[in-house]
Ligand binder design. Structure first.
Ligand code: C2R
Length: 196
């Protein structure tokens, strides 16, 4: 299923692809960050396992459709980001999702351990990864877009990275303090699914 962003918005430069409709709530977090920076995106479901031809043709046509970065989120035996990198020369950012009983560790290893020459920049598990994939995509695009770089600088102005810790979530999508920070009560944040 393809879901195009509304027609009158900014040019669509980031393709956010996910392995299943069930990944949508997490991957929408990436779209929300892109929206905050005014970066146009499309959010689609493609599965390298279940519909490999459709996934390959989406990746192969990505560049000519104007995309400049692909964000791919998938859980379990997550081959989607790797398949995107195999079929496109665009930068691919992989988001391992915690959708199986292994809590995302399976998806993390499947996504991160790509052979040399077929790179997937792998982010954290779950919503942290989805959000950071979007932030990284924005930084990539800003290298050739001075006004976007100014928006990044304006947003960072005075606020240290992680200043949105109040609404941060851990890798299971649960709310908590940012890593390395202590919560209001001075306690350590909750452990992640990967046993931080
Ligand atoms: P369902 O909820 O549809 O059963 O999917 C999806 O990303 C999802 O997290 C369960 C999980 O299967 C993942 N999936 C992949 C791929 N396709 C679907 N990892 C793929 O091509 O890598």
């Amino acid at each position: 299923m393809t879901e195009k962003r509304p027609g009158r918005g900014p040019r669509i430069e980031v393709g956010v692809v996910m392995g299943s409709e069930s990944d949508r709530p997490t991957m929408e977090e990436a779209v929300r960050v892109l929206d905050e920076f005014g970066v146009g995106s499309e959010l689609v479901v493609r599965s390298a396992h279940r519909a490999p031809d459709a996934a390959a043709s989406w990746a192969r046509s990505a560049r000519e459709r104007g995309l400049r970065v692909i964000i791919a989120g998938a859980g379990g035996a997550a081959h989607l980001a790797g398949a995107m990198a195999a079929h496109s020369r665009l930068p691919v950012l992989g988001v391992p999702l915690a959708s199986s009983p292994l809590g995302g560790f399976d998806a993390l290893l499947s996504t991160v351990q790509m052979p040399p020459g077929v790179p997937v920049g792998t982010l954290a598990v779950g919503s942290w990864g989805a959000r950071n994939a979007a932030h990284l995509a924005v930084r990539i695009l800003a290298l050739s877009d001075p006004s976007l770089m100014r928006r990044i600088e304006a947003r960072a102005g005075g606020a240290a990275p992680g200043a949105d810790a109040g609404r941060s979530r851990d890798s299971r999508g649960e709310r908590g303090a940012a890593p390395g920070r202590r919560g209001a009560a001075g306690k350590r944040p909750p452990r992640t699914a990967l046993g931080e």
